[in-house]
Ligand binder design. Structure first.
Ligand code: AMP
Ligand code: GLY
Length: 428
């Protein structure tokens, strides 16, 4: 079997790692693989966004399964291009990817399907948006509707901040096209979890719940990042709660997408807020989350490949279930000094030989092999995942292993999973 992975970050390294365990004899290819992926696959010298060229390459190289990591190629229609060539591919069509690529579309779909989410209105004219902010008052949340690399949501504690946000989006076009339309929504309160379902468009196979840590600093302080760590499972997400998420969020959303003529096949990611009034959707993503994938896949004992291949080939997931391992996984991201602001690439990375074991994985994100050296090539450099029988051991091991990796300016959080730790300590 010949498998192509599109993307080259920590999420894609984790996908490659898991699929190789599921199919040790398969041949693997990846687009411009990072320094960790390069040892595990054949490189393809095309960018993940080079949709047309990738479809041609996959056809010429008789690829049996392509797995798309990032949202941008999905929103650009990579799946439609592969399917037009009869190539099995895991991911949603361009139309279905709107669930992430257009927050306005996602909100309207949820409203129509009765899926619980924050009250909202959509605007493309500045005066209307300003009037709505004044009418609703603060706190309020302003979001660029389009793809904005995770930076398009502004939680505004004051009306003045909300007015600034709509002006920077609709007036100054700070997010370019992505912010020509904005969603203004009610501020919700509660703890957030990430829930992934592999879906054939009608049936869901739920994966273990996770929680990520978006802020740069300990205690969830400082600016937002792409994610500084994650853990799974989240004890708040009881089997009962996951089942409720499946029936009240995932199933009605998939039914609405299908009714809209855009059935969603792939990985549907719901960011859920556990509010006093129950589960509410913060956002949907049309792909695996990063860094959640670096804990969700190590927790998966059964085959991921079987699920992805079934969906890519148009099969049904009816009655399928996954087997999770016991215990917990925690990942700590090691970032470049200065991130999420300016930082330098090209720093030599040292990972002790004895660090990686069956229960300790170093997933690469922004790394590159330069001659004999592994060097940094991005803001988030590595994700260090520990598996253990308990959350607290996994968290300690992930943090301690992250501290043993060195490069100039290396930074990592010390408190990944602090909410879980506090919950467990309260129980004890
Ligand atoms: P999004 O890009 O929609 O995922 O939003 C990014 C982050 O902003 C979320 O992870 C939340 O922490 C926060 N956020 C988004 N929408 C809301 C909301 N309606 N109420 C409170 N916080 C929100
Ligand atoms: N972890 C958040 C995301 O992947 O969008």
């Amino acid at each position: 079997m010949r498998i192509l992975i599109v993307g080259n970050g920590g999420r894609e390294h984790a996908l490659l790692w898991k699929l190789r365990r599921d199919a040790p004899s398969a041949e693997f290819f990846a687009t411009r693989p990072n320094g960790g992926m390069a040892a595990l696959c054949e490189p393809v010298a095309l960018a993940p966004g080079d949709v047309e060229a990738l479809a041609g390459w996959a056809a010429a190289h008789r690829i049996d399964l392509t797995v798309i990591g990032p949202e941008a190629p999905l929103a650009a229609g990579i799946v439609d291009r592969f399917e037009a060539k009869g190539l099995p591919v895991f991911g949603p069509s361009k139309a279905a990817a709107r669930i992430e690529a257009s927050k306005a579309y996602a909100k309207d779909l949820m409203r129509g399907a009765g899926v619980p989410t924050a009250e909202y209105r959509t605007f493309s004219n500045l005066e209307g948006a300003e009037a709505y902010v004044r009418e609703r008052g603060a706190p309020i949340v302003v979001k660029a509707s389009g793809l904005a690399a995770g930076k398009g949501a502004v939680v505004c504690p004051t009306e003045a901040e909300a007015l600034d946000a709509v002006r920077s989006m609709l007036g100054a076009l700070q997010f370019g096209e992505a912010g020509r339309e904005v969603v203004i929504e009610e501020h919700m309160e509660g703890e957030e979890i990430s829930v992934f379902a592999v879906t054939d468009g009608a049936h869901c196979v739920m994966l273990v719940s996770a929680q990520d840590h978006k802020r740069i600093g300990d205690g969830d302080t400082g600016p937002n990042t792409g994610g500084m760590g994650a853990y799974a499972p989240v004890s708040l997400a009881t089997p009962d709660l996951i089942e409720r998420a499946r029936t009240t969020v995932f199933q009605p959303t998939l039914a609405a997408l299908a009714a809209d003529g855009s059935p969603f096949k792939g990985l549907l990611y719901a960011g859920l807020m556990l509010t006093r009034d129950g589960i509410k959707v913060v956002e949907f993503n049309c792909r695996f989350g990063d860094p959640e994938t670096q804990v969700v896949l190590p927790m998966l004992d059964s085959s991921l490949l079987e699920l992805l291949a079934t969906v890519a080939e148009g099969g049904s997931l009816a009655g399928r279930r996954v087997r999770q391992r016991a215990g917990a996984a925690v990942t700590t991201v090691v970032a470049a000094g200065g991130y999420p602001g300016g930082y330098q690439n090209g720093k030599t990375i040292r990972i002790p030989d004895s660090l990686e074991t069956d229960n300790l994985m170093v997933f690469h994100a922004g790394t590159e092999q330069r001659g004999a050296d592994l060097v940094t090539s991005g803001g988030r450099v590595l994700a260090v995942t520990a598996l253990a029988d308990s959350f607290s051991v996994a968290a300690d091991e992930s943090r301690d292993a992250a501290a043993r990796i060195s490069f100039e300016g290396a930074y990592h959080r010390m408190d990944i999973g602090w909410r879980e730790r506090a919950r467990l300590e309260k129980k004890a």
